[in-house]
Design a protein around this ligand. Structure first.
Ligand SMILES: [Cu+2]
Length: 171
């Protein structure tokens, strides 16, 4: 059951390319505020910044620095041209391009990660709907008992070889 829950968690994580096909640029004055508002970000999601690293980079900044386009004290910097950033916390994640003038031209994005309690898209797991017997039988009802039998025969074999070892030592 734990494995099922983990798989569900992984499958719910999404990857978003910032600006979609436009990428991270000032060409055409993309509206990253509009782009961000069209998504619903959750903890564990990844945003990918794709850009020409000769002309752009990605800085994670504070809210104040985001507002002021202040690139002088970033909390983190990416500059490979293809940077994946995992959104590990709820709340706002502020990014801007550190190249002169680019932020002022709109190359900045405020990505708000919803708190889990405000995430209606998270479907309840079967476990959370109450106890009781599983709704459906396991597709392999005999697998567990077969494994158990196999484990016992291995244990028996080990015990037998230990006994013969002991017998050999004592002889
Ligand atoms: Cu730039």
């Amino acid at each position: 059951m734990a494995a099922v829950a983990m798989l569900a968690g992984v499958s719910s994580a999404a990857v978003y390319e910032v600006g979609d096909k436009t990428g991270w640029t000032i060409m055409g004055s993309p509206n990253y505020t509009l782009w961000a508002s069209s998504k619903m970000f959750h903890v564990g999601d990844t945003v990918v910044f794709t850009y020409n690293k000769q002309f752009h980079n990605v800085l994670a900044v504070s809210k104040a620095d985001y507002k002021n386009c202040d690139a002088t004290k970033p909390m983190a910097t990416w500059s490979t041209g293809n940077d994946s950033v995992v959104l590990n916390t709820t709340g706002h994640h502020y990014f801007l391009c550190g190249f002169t003038g680019h932020c002022a031209l709109g190359q900045k994005v405020d990505i708000r990660v919803a708190s889990s309690s405000a995430a209606p898209s998270e479907a309840p797991t079967p476990e959370s709907s109450g106890g009781g017997a599983p709704a459906a039988p396991s597709p392999h009802p005999n697998a567990a008992s077969k494994a158990l039998v196999a484990g016992r025969s291995v244990a028996a074999t080990v015990a037998a070889s230990l006994l013969s070892l002991a017998a050999a030592v004592l002889a």
